[in-house]
Design a protein around this ligand. Structure first.
Ligand SMILES: *Cc1c(COP(=O)(O)O)cnc(C)c1O
Length: 433
């Protein structure tokens, strides 16, 4: 069985110095009721903890590592870059090169600004939308996560169109009130809201493939409706593709579903495992950003040469060999099909949802279209499944409301081993039914 002695000790010590012992809440394993392994290294599809346990990793740093951990080409490019200095706070050739690559993958991003995290990208995109339209209200969907800035850390009460209440102490009521939340995939609710007050709304921000309530694809007509109502009312449509960019397809959800947003946020893969994120859109809108326009946004480490180097190396590989997207998607498909078959074989109610190379196994008997559906899934089954897998070397996200990811290094052998462990877990669950 899994030995985590050193990790347990490390966690106890970490808790004395950092809230919950971590620097981002989900890492603490609260939602699975145990303690996290402390990681010492990672390579390809595998991560290793300080007790020398090895895992096949389906978290992949919460998405970025599509080429696998410590990809040799990315590592080599960093080894070359670092001796040239790690930050200048001045323009470099690398930034333009990355901007061009991003545009090649997502033509709607004619102009971009590089930032340091997905949170910063979405927060800044909201400011641009408000500055550009001269309106304060924004619309988001329940269960979509866009980072932890004030305007976006808001949940609705019950009811369709609800004016937001803060989701966390420290978010001012006045800020939250400008955030309207709607259920994901609810086309009628969107139409009704825009009929009533569309001309006062600055933007809709949406995960065009939701990943932060587990993997939830948009229903047919949902993204089209968002595009139509925003256009009709002079509001902007922001696609938060921090997770689904380079995962839903090579050109993100906007390519897969053929919808052109006004602004796009990228993060995770675009930084190749370094702190880098992006927001961008048409030149017309982005020209309003300082210093060419009045909407202020800045950053000491923005466009950092080391981070940009990792992003460039990653996107270069993906551009040079676009079959990587298909390979990774095929592996994900094989894994998801296998999981579905096993669930059926053991009569465990389960639905596997996948878009591109992101997926979630939901313990429920019907498709998950929104946060309420996701919340109704069987939490005990998830815990049993999660713990059996972790203790047998399969590392899934430690929460039922997350997507899992596959990399280029997850090949047939990894998928087979993963399914063998999954079979044991489904069997255990079936014995409790
Ligand atoms: C991860 C994520 C963010 C936040 O990015 P950070 O880099 O963690 O700040 C925002 N939006 C989506 C869709 C994400 O998945």
């Amino acid at each position: 069985m899994l030995q985590l002695g050193k990790s347990e000790k490390a966690f106890d010590e970490a808790k004395r110095y950092m809230p919950g012992g971590v620097n981002s809440p989900v890492r603490s394993y609260r939602s699975v009721g145990s303690n996290p392994p402390f990681i010492s290294s990672a390579s390809g599809s595998r991560i290793y903890d300080i007790d020398n346990n090895e895992y096949i990793d389906y978290v992949l740093s919460w998405g970025p590592m599509i080429l696998g951990h410590a990809n040799p080409e990315v590592v080599a490019s960093l080894q070359e870059a670092i001796p040239r200095g790690t930050s200048y706070g001045a323009p470099t050739l690398l930034e333009t090169e990355l901007a061009k690559k991003i545009q090649a993958f997502m033509p709607s991003m004619e102009m971009v600004r590089l930032v340091n995290s997905g949170t910063e990208a979405t927060m800044s995109a909201l400011r641009v939308a408000r500055g550009y339209t001269g309106r304060d209200r924004i619309v988001k969907f329940v269960g979509c996560y866009h980072g932890h800035s004030d305007s976006l850390l808001v949940k609705a009460g019950s009811g369709l169109a609800t004016f937001g209440v803060p989701d966390s102490p420290g978010v001012p009521k006045g800020v939250a009130e400008n955030t309207i939340t709607l259920p994901y995939n609810d086309i009628d609710a969107v139409k009704q809201l825009f009929d009533e007050m569309g001309d006062t709304i600055a933007c809709i921000i949406v995960e065009p493939v939701a990943g932060n309530m587990g993997c939830v694809p948009p229903v047919e007509g949902f993204l089209e409706t968002l595009r139509d109502v925003t256009k009709a009312h002079g509001a902007l449509l922001i696609f938060d593709e921090v997770m689904c960019g380079f995962r839903a397809s090579s050109g993100g959800a906007q390519k897969l579903y053929n919808i052109k947003p006004d602004l796009t946020c990228l993060g995770k893969i675009v930084g190749g495992g370094m702190p880098l994120a992006v927001f961008g859109g048409s030149s017309k809108i982005m020209s309003e950003v300082a210093p060419s326009g009045p909407i202020y946004q800045a950053g000491t480490l923005s466009g950092n040469p080391v981070a940009v180097t990792a992003g460039l190396a990653t996107l270069s590989m993906l551009q040079r060999d676009p079959t990587i997207f298909k390979q990774v998607e095929d592996s994900t498909k094989a894994l998801c099909n296998g999981l579905e078959e096993l669930a059926k074989k053991y009569n465990v109610p389960a639905v596997v949802q996948r878009v591109g190379s992101m997926f979630t196994l939901f313990f429920t008997d019907k498709p998950v279209h929104n946060f309420d559906d996701a919340s109704a899934c069987n939490a005990d089954h998830f815990k049993t499944f999660f713990h059996h897998n972790l203790s047998h070397g399969i590392y899934y996200a430690p929460s039922p409301f997350e997507s899992n990811f596959v990399s280029m290094c997850h090949k047939g052998a990894e998928i087979d081993k993963t399914l063998a462990v999954a079979e044991e877990a489904f069997k255990m669950i079936s014995e409790t039914l």
